[in-house]
Design a protein around this ligand. Sequence first.
Ligand code: HEM
Length: 364
Amino acid sequence: MGQNIEGTYYGDYLQLEKLLDAQHPKSKEIGQEAHDETLFIIVHQVYEIWFKQIIHEFSSVLDIFSAPKIPENLIAVAVSRLERVIKIQSLLLDQLPVMETMSPMDFLEFRDLLVPASGFQSVQFREIEVRMGLRTNNRKSVDRDYFLGRLSEKDKSHILEIEKDDSLLDLVNKWLERLPFTQKENFNFWDEYEKVIANMLDRDEKIINSNLATLSPKALEGQLANLEATRRTFKSLFNQESHDQLKEQGKRNLSQRATLNALFILLYRDEAILQLPYRLLTCLMDIDENFTTWRYRHALMAQRMLGTKIGTGGSSGHHYLKMAAENNRVYEDMFNLSTFLIARKDLPELPKDLKKDLSFNFQG
Ligand code: HEM
């Protein structure tokens, strides 16, 4: 490593001169400084710096998952970086109350000077969404042209360019599809699982029918309809065609094979080999949940500041943000896997050789 003869100076290393000379309130420029505009600028800048770190972590995780075969130790690296993203997200949530120390009237002192700028134009926020797996065409609750039209030409082409890359969702989907455990010679786990589910649902039907004396005809009809809906949901799990239809309608993100393998990981997470994959799926769910929580919290903050006024970026404000929180979930499929979980005692017995493949033992 090269020797730094003069030594490193704190302020130079961190480029503080540049960083601390980047807060220029618009209200000051017009000679009517609004005290809280500095806070507004700094909070946004701190967000952007953390966004940069999140993108840095995602890039390395994307690199790891781009390989056609991923060594187990690199999955561990990916998991630890995603866990870092989760910790950063907690900070992002905690910053909202700092912003909320500014009252709506203090905000009004400089709000009009910001038009048409808005967090809507945060390219790093958009990059995080795209890297996670949310593409412009799949956005619900916003018109594509309006969405892209808010960005400068440079930012727009950056977003459209990175959308061509595989996202984390795409790469995790491919990785899940490659997992080898569920189809072995002489054993197809899913045939076994389907039988267990069919028995479980038949049992439920018997219970409903044995309650005939206590159920009103309407309640009976309702319970049988619920049971049929559950049967249909399970059918989509085992039937490629039904699953693909749901995927086309935007109701599923993962392929059927990836969904089945993700479910296998959740069902047998106690097996040693599945520990890391389980942690990976958990990280993705945490990231999705934290992101969604931030969106809701930010929507509430916007309502608190603006009421029903429109945003500086021209959207309907709180209403738009609430819809965006509800509709832009990236890893929702993983949450919905819980629908297909069954009690441990009902799990199909795994063949001995598969059990061995899933375990390791340090004690020789
Ligand atoms: C007084 C504080 C804030 C208010 C009133 C506010 C309001 C809004 C509104 C109304 C929108 C919708 C777009 C528009 O019409 O402008 C929006 C979008 C957005 N804001 Fe804020 N915001 C505030 C603070 C922040 C902070 C601190 C951040 C952190 C970076 C942020 C990030 C974003 C992002 C990323 C979007 C786009 C969300 C999406 O399209 O899903 N905002 N904001």
